[in-house]
Ligand binder design. Sequence first.
Ligand SMILES: [Zn+2]
Ligand SMILES: [Zn+2]
Length: 402
Amino acid sequence: MKAVLSSISPARVLFTRLMRRLGRVPYFGPLSTIYLREVPLPTSPGPGQVRVRNRLCGICGSDLHVVLGEGDLRISLAAIPTTHNPYMGHEIVGEVTEVGPGVTRLKVGDRVVQERGISCLGLGRQPLCRQCAIGNYSLCERPVEELRSQGVGGGWGEEFVMAEGFLFPVPDELTDEQAVLIEPIGSGLRAACRRTPQPGEKVLIIGQGTQGLGTLLSIRALQPDCHVTVLARFPFQADMSRRYGADEVIMLGADLYQEAARLTGGKVYQGMFGNRMLLGGFDVVYDCVGIPSTLKDALRLARAGGTVVLVGVFLELMKIDLTPVWYREVDLIGVLAHGAEDWQGERVGTFELIARLMREGKMKTDGFITHSFTLPEYRQAVATAIQQARTHSIKVVLDYRQ
Ligand SMILES: [Zn+2]
Ligand SMILES: [Zn+2]
């Protein structure tokens, strides 16, 4: 079986960064961090495992961090010894083709998406840690050395073998195109659940890539009665934002502070050296980019006592002004991937809730997938995802269905 693998060995990462500096983005070659290889798949799934043939798999922003060799060794993640998953691709929808002994939840022919990562919940290890016990498998506190790897294969390959606990069964009513978006929308829904806008509140979403659009769709599904402004980088993103229910779109390059003041009834103050601050801003700001400049703006554009939800992933150290956190008592909270949510008095899995909103027609994702490629075209697929200005890509997928 052919599959795309990754390696984050120092030589590959450093060489990829060097190529990036020379303008080779993305870089593919003998020292790139990802490469297509022949991988032997186990002849049959082990106890509790299933074999899955992929149907679609998306390219995630986190995959691109690997492709680009990003990450600082001083950040918290780098302190934790981890079993680096060499198989690329987690935004999967596939079909179960074989079940191992002791499999109880899934049967041959079921469509599945990959849900839980390596966690006691995913592996069915008792007793569950505190976070797995409440459904937050992404926040598993079990020492990683205790946990095994995820199985063999991933989404950027024809097939994989994995424990059934990692997989979420897709309801029949959903198309493959909807199902493949459940995982990428997960963090947006989680963000909208961590701080759900109240009726009449004013919300800003910074960034309209996959995470920003997923957050917009989720907010619209959970709270139709709030006012949503988005900050978009490209005109094609602005078109999608309006289609998905944004009330206002601010383009990157516009005067964000003046626009925010106009939309919230706040007032902009200016100190020395272009230092600006808004008083009376948005009730909630979702930063779906998460780089130092956007997080700085997010904290300054939230009203006193408001909330900033950090959705975007940034793998470098940040030098940033945190004073709004105490000076304006702005709450700064974050989200990681997906798990379980408290929604209308119920504890429900993030994926379950998204599938439900899709089935009920409250979350319409038409147009979200903009490009599809075959596995041998994976380099082109990755380049399409990275070069958004040229390709106008939102979600790029690999399609295995022919
Ligand atoms: Zn992802
Ligand atoms: Zn756990």
